[in-house]
Design a protein around this ligand. Structure first.
Ligand code: SF4
Ligand code: MG
Length: 392
C-alpha cells in the first residue's frame, strides 16, 4: 500500500526550568494506508510524545524543533501549493510547514486521536449524544460549506483563521437534526446497546468500557484517515480490553482507516499490528513486521521486552523487562554512546564509542539501532560487571 504518513527526523523538546528534555530524538516513521502500526515501549520512552507530535498537540514549554511530518492528501497539496510550495512534495504536505489553521482543519477529518482516559474527551455537563452530534456537525458543515473544506482552502482563509475556526465550532443550538441522528448511528456503530436512549445520558452514566466506545465514536465522527490511539485500553479490565481491541480491528477493516497504536503491551501489538517500532529513550531502536520483531529481533531491548511478556492475550501489567529504568531525558545528550548501554546485558566496548546508527537487517524494512546489527556479540569485548555502577 502507499504511504499515508512520513515522519522525517522529528525532534520534540521541552524547555523546562530544570533544563531541556529531549523527549523525541530524530525520529523517522513511514506508515502505510490501511495498516495498524504499533509503537511499543516502557513508560517514559517517548511514545506518547511521538503520538502527540504527529497530532500537533505539543504544548508549551514543548516544541517540535526539527523535522517534517508529511501527510499524503492530493487535495490538500493542491490547495496549499501556491502559498506554501516548500511544504508540498508531490501529494505530500509537510504539516509543520503550513499555518496552524490548516493543521487544525485536519483534526477530526484527517487525523483523530483516542486516549487512555475517555473522561478527558468529554464535557461532563453535556450528554454523550450532544457531544457526538457536535463532532458530527463539524464534519457536516465542513463538507456542506466549501469555504471551510480544506480542498478549497485559500490564502485569504488562512488570514481569516478565526473565521474558519468559528465555522468549525458550532454552538450547541445550531446542531442539526441530521447530526443528532448521526450521533445515534455512531453509538450504534461502536456497539452501544439501545443507542437512542444512551445518547441522552451524561458521561458519568457510562461504564469505563462504554465511555471508551463513545470516545471512539467521537473520534470517528469525522471519518479520519488516520486514527492515533494512545494506550486506548490500558485502564480497562482484560475482557473489556479485548472487546475494545476487537472493535477497533473491525472498524479498521470496514473503513480501511490507518491506525497508529501506542502501547506498552506487546500482547496488544501481537493482536492488532501489521508492523511495529520499539521505542527506547526517545528513539525507535528496532522496527519491522511482527515477524521481524517477535521472531527475528536483534536489539537486546526488544529481547528484554519479549522476555517480560506475561501473557500474549494482553494482561494489563506493566512491562518490567530488564532491571533499571529508561534514562531521564532531561539534558540527555549522551550522544556518543548507546542509550541502552547501562541496562544492556550485551554491552561491549564499541557501544560506548559511537551512537549506533540504523542498519537494514534481513528483509527490506527491518531496521535495528544496535551494534549487534553489524557485529557478533563477543565476550572478550564485553564491559566488565559493575562498569556503570562505578560511575561511568
Ligand atoms: Fe546493547 Fe550495545 Fe546494542 Fe546498545 S548498541 S543495545 S549497548 S549491544
Ligand atoms: Mg504515555
Amino acid at each position: 500500500a502507499e504511504d499515508v504518513l512520513r515522519v522525517e527526523g522529528i525532534s520534540t523538546r521541552f524547555f523546562t526550568e530544570q533544563g531541556q528534555v529531549n523527549a523525541v530524538e530524530d525520529l523517522d516513521l513511514r506508515i502505510e494506508r490501511g495498516e495498524v502500526f504499533g509503537i511499543v515501549g516502557e513508560s517514559g520512552s517517548g511514545k506518547s510524545v511521538t503520538a502527540r507530535s504527529v497530532m500537533d498537540l505539543i504544548d508549551s514549554p514543548g516544541r517540535i524543533t526539527e523535522g517534517a511530518i508529511r501527510y499524503r492528501d492530493a487535495d490538500l497539496a493542491a490547495a496549499v501549493r501556491e502559498d506554501h510550495p516548500e511544504a508540498v512534495d508531490g501529494e505530500f504536505v509537510d504539516l509543520l510547514s503550513v499555518p496552524e489553521a490548516v493543521r487544525r482543519s485536519l483534526r477530526g477529518s484527517s487525523f483523530s486521536m483516542i486516549f487512555q482516559d475517555p473522561m478527558s474527551s468529554f464535557n461532563p455537563s453535556l450528554t454523550v449524544g450532544e457531544q457526538l452530534a457536535e463532532a458530527a456537525e463539524v464534519q457536516r458543515r465542513a463538507s456542506a460549506n466549501p469555504r471551510s473544506t480544506r480542498a478549497r482552502t485559500t490564502s485569504a482563509e488562512y488570514s481569516l483563521g478565526s473565521y474558519a475556526l468559528s465555522t468549525l465550532m458550532p454552538s450547541k443550538r445550531y446542531v442539526s437534526s441530521e447530526s443528532r441522528d448521526r450521533a445515534v448511528e455512531l453509538l450504534e456503530m461502536v456497539g452501544i446497546p439501545d443507542p437512542a436512549k444512551r445518547a441522552e445520558e451524561y458521561p458519568h452514566e457510562y461504564s469505563g468500557g462504554m465511555l471508551q466506545r463513545a470516545m471512539i465514536a467521537q473520534a470517528l465522527a469525522g471519518e479520519p484517515d488516520v486514527l492515533i490511539a494512545d494506550e486506548p485500553t490500558t485502564a480497562l479490565d482484560v475482557t473489556i480490553q479485548a472487546q475494545i481491541l476487537d472493535l477497533l480491528a473491525d472498524l479498521q477493516a470496514e473503513t480501511d482507516m490507518t491506525i497508529l497504536l501506542i502501547t506498552h503491551n506487546l500482547g496488544v501489538v501481537a493482536r492488532m499490528c501489521d508492523r511495529v517500532g520499539v521505542m527506547y529513550a526517545g528513539e525507535i531502536v528496532e522496527r519491522g513486521t511482527l515477524g521481524d520483531v517477535f521472531d527475528d529481533h536483534v536489539h537486546p531491548y526488544t529481547e528484554g521486552l519479549l522476555g517480560s511478556v506475561p501473557d500474549l492475550q494482553g494482561a494489563a501489567g506493566r512491562l518490567e523487562p530488564i532491571p533499571g529504568n529508561v534514562p531521564s531525558l532531561l539534558d540527555h545528550e549522551m550522544g556518543d554512546r548507546c542509550y541502552f548501554a547501562d541496562r544492556c546485558p550485551k554491552a561491549m566496548e564499541e557501544c560506548l564509542s559511537h551512537p549506533p546508527e540504523y542498519d537494514a537487517e534481513g528483509s527490506g524494512e527491518h531496521q535495528v539501532r544496535c551494534v549487534l546489527a553489524e557485529t557478533e556479540y563477543d565476550e572478550a569485548r564485553a564491559l566488565p560487571d559493575g562498569y556503570f555502577e562505578d560511575g561511568n
